[in-house]
Ligand binder design. Structure first.
Ligand code: HEM
Length: 462
């Protein structure tokens, strides 16, 4: 059966659908089209085949099938490799380097490893709390800026024992800009025909390469510093990456691979987590009764004490808030796969070998058959009763699935809970503009625009 495709809006379709996409937030166009064409549509985006979008759990289940689809060989990944080399994100699952890093880092991101990172995560969150406290109640806080500082610094410290010190400097650390620019430019290059890249975008490519060189310089410096001044007591991932020996091969990762893991972990972890934190605060500000409940839980479990690792495990409502927010507003928006052979999905739609299929989180995470008639509403309570192992496949999969699922899931969850608990313990929060509705931007990830809050120290908190 033919996959539906909307009529072209511009240039009589000569440039395909590319000019029809929302330039600030392409996924906005996909959301709109999915509302209209659910559960599937395709767009001509100047690739060898039209790009297919799916919005139902059933179709996402099929594209998540590793025997027919792969996360790799997409043009985007070719460009990403230029930035992240054979780091965890852009290496292929057949690559020995991926397996070695995966086997070494999965335990490091496990419960024992995360417990060791607790103090460093708390350290960075305390810097944010201190900064907001000094601001006082009049200051308008552009939330995404401070959340980006928080998440960038947290990975820097917990993963590499490096302090970017985002809370103590005027602008962002150059590494953050270089990383962001390289990712954005790589995304753009992946969406342009090669010839156009070669003819018209040489300067942009030169700039990207300069950024990459500078980032690698800093990564090598961080590694060099640790090798010259070993810190056997450090609880970060750098020790694991530099000295850990993979049981299967008896080999270490190799210095060049560690160089790639640094931007990989920062790239995979900082914007996803900072946007998620913003979305959580947005949903809480919009739902004062839920905010009250969250704060009550913090008062009950943490009270006036300093947050501890054991308290964190008891913050069940906060955990539900986080899960519900990830269900409603994912920070990435699309889960993309690539067909490894001609295949049929949904029993009737032919997907060609090499064709790209993207699952739209917003749609497959809101299946009314799973979540009920209020699936579009923010209701953390529903997450308290969910038995996640019994949920239908892909009903809630913000961290992906299978072999290539997010390695930083526990890290992100712990970091988010620490921040929520510390902020709610100390402050009352409110939107600067009560009428503000979530406005988003982003080419690959999504993050809020102009979401400002004010914080007021709670009367009994000193
Ligand atoms: C992979 C989501 C935080 C590092 C992924 C994937 C998803 C995801 C969906 C799989 C992508 C795919 O299958 O195509 C998220 C979300 C986060 C988050 C929603 C926060 C709320 C983090 C953090 C780190 C991290 C904090 C690191 C400290 C990675 C890496 C991969 C990955 C390295 C690639 C894993 C591999 O392919 O082996 N993430 N992530 N993520 N994530 Fe995360």
């Amino acid at each position: 059966l033919a996959i539906p495709s909307p009529p072209h809006q511009h240039y009589f379709g000569l440039l395909g659908h590319a000019p029809d996409l929302d330039s600030v937030l392409p996924v906005r166009t996909y959301w709109m089209l999915m509302d209209q064409y659910a559960p599937i549509f395709q767009l001509d985006l100047n690739m060898p085949f039209p790009r297919v979008f799916v919005g139902s759990r059933e179709l996402v289940n099929e594209m998540a099938d590793d025997t027919r689809f792969t996360k790799f060989t997409h043009r985007l990944h070719r460009e990403m490799r230029a930035v992240f080399g054979d780091g965890l994100f852009s290496a292929e699952s057949t690559d020995k380097a991926w397996w070695k890093a995966h086997r070494l880092l999965v335990p490091a991101f496990g419960p024992v490893g995360l417990r060791k990172m607790f103090d460093d995560m708390q350290d960075i969150s305390a810097q944010l709390v201190l900064k907001w406290d000094r601001f006082g109640p009049e200051q308008e806080i552009e939330l995404i800026d401070d959340m980006s500082r928080l998440t960038f610094d947290t990975i820097g410290l917990c993963a590499f024992g490096y302090r970017f010190n985002e809370f103590y400097t005027e602008g962002p650390h150059p590494f953050m800009r270089q990383l962001k620019e390289s990712i954005v430019e790589s995304g753009k290059r992946a969406n342009r025909p090669d010839l156009m890249n070669q003819l018209y975008f040489r300067r942009d490519e030169q700039h990207r390469q300069e950024n990459i060189v500078k980032m690698r310089e800093l990564c090598r410096q961080i590694i060099q510093e640790r090798l010259e001044n070993p810190k056997p007591e450090a609880n970060d991932l750098l020790n694991v990456m530099l000295h850990g020996v993979d049981q299967e091969t008896g080999e270490k990762l190799g210095l060049e691979n560690v160089v790639f893991q640094i931007p990989t972990l920062l790239g995979g972890g900082y914007e996803t987590t900072s946007s998620t934190l913003c979305f959580i605060y947005y949903f809480l500000c919009n739902n004062p009764d839920k905010l009250d409940k969250a704060r009550d839980e913090v008062d009950q479990i943490v009270g006036d004490k300093v947050l501890s690792y054991d308290m964190l495990r008891k913050l069940r409502y906060l955990d539900a808030v986080m899960k519900e927010s990830l269900r409603l507003q994912h920070p990435v928006s699309l889960l993309t796969r690539f067909a490894t052979r001609d295949t049929v999905i949904g029993g009737k739609y032919l997907i060609n070998k090499g064709q790209t299929v993207s699952g739209i989180w917003r749609h497959f995470h809101r299946d009314p058959e799973v979540w009920g008639a209020d699936a579009d509403e923010f209701r953390p309570e529903r997450m308290l009763d969910v038995n996640f192992s019994k949920l239908p496949t892909n009903a809630w999969k913000p961290f992906g699935d299978g072999l290539r699922a997010c390695i930083g899931r526990g890290f992100a969850e712990q970091e988010i809970l620490i921040n929520l608990a510390m902020v709610l313990q100390k402050f009352d929060i409110e939107k600067v503009n009560p009428e503000y509705e979530l406005d988003l931007t982003g080419q690959m990830g999504v993050k809020p625009v102009n979401f400002k809050i004010r914080v007021r120290r709670r009367s009994h908190r000193s």
